[in-house]
Design a protein around this ligand. Sequence first.
Ligand SMILES: NC(=O)c1ccc[n+]([C@@H]2O[C@H](COP(=O)([O-])OP(=O)(O)OC[C@H]3O[C@@H](n4cnc5c(N)ncnc54)[C@H](OP(=O)(O)O)[C@@H]3O)[C@@H](O)[C@H]2O)c1
Length: 314
Amino acid sequence: MTADWERTQLPDCTDKTILITGANSGLGFEATKAFAAHGATVVMACRSTERGKAAAEEIAETVGNTGATLNVHNCDLGSLDSIASFAADIKQAYASLDILCNNAGVMAIPRQETADGFEMQLGVNHLGHFALTGQLLELLLDSEGASRVVTHSSGAHEMGTVDFDDLHRERSYGKWEAYGQSKLANLLFAYELQRRLEEATITETISVACHPGYAATNLQYRGPEEAGSRVRLGLMKAANVLFAQSAEQGALPMLYAATAPDVAGGDYYGPGGLLNMRGLPEKQSSSEASYDEEDAQRLWEESEALTGVTYELA
Ligand SMILES: NC(=O)c1ccc[n+]([C@@H]2O[C@H](COP(=O)([O-])OP(=O)(O)OC[C@H]3O[C@@H](n4cnc5c(N)ncnc54)[C@H](OP(=O)(O)O)[C@@H]3O)[C@@H](O)[C@H]2O)c1
């Protein structure tokens, strides 16, 4: 039962090493705070080390002495070189990982490309995490207990389609279409990873997915800021005040997916309240398209070809 689950039910994490991308802001910040409050070692993978360190200091001050360790590392998911060098550092520094939270993201921004020429939303939200997970897999498989890969999707995956003929949306770009594609890709990846783990008869490591509903974070502001639209920025700020739940509440499905004992590989968690936009975490189903095994396999092959990262699961 998840209906009465709250942050206070997070288990003791003192023996856990948890890596979370986008740990300096919004849901990643709140999840890091909750893990730290329960004594975890948290690797905070941040695009800006400065913002990461400021967040780590704030969290350390807030939670007090719980025995937690917060280690900030630079990782730009918009650069395969940055991801590779980050993954190499992590493999040097840690013998194993218990939880990987693929959390960082960008939403509805004007068309841009990553350092490797990928459309930015697909590049950061999906391809960056695909490359990162593949390179950290050995650490997750080396975890002494059970380990988990948790991938953050969104209700917006329901409006997404994966355009295999124009993955980078060079012919026609819509900021919401590109976001929807990237969030559908998150789910196709999470479920395909679980199928591949099962095929390799690996049961100690599972892949699960989650979404936060609608939570007030910086996510809603970057698009209007980069487009220079003060009107849209104002509307987003008003909507966040009027309709969004707090970032603290929005982080609960990710915390549940990462730690609750009844979570199984391939599960999807989101808030169970009004329109699945707010409330406490519950197990949910995602769109029919997200369970399409042919698309998942095709996306996996495209992602391997684009990133040059293959998964050693045999
Ligand atoms: N908030 C919602 O209502 C909502 C709804 C559905 C899904 N989600 C999902 O929740 C996840 C977290 O978003 P949030 O709401 O917490 O947004 P947020 O407050 O904007 O945080 C996003 C994080 O991602 C990081 N990031 C952006 N580009 C990156 C890059 N190139 N490399 C590495 N990190 C990068 C950001 O770093 P900087 O601070 O340096 O920019 C920030 O730490 C996202 O995957 C999002 O799609 C959120």
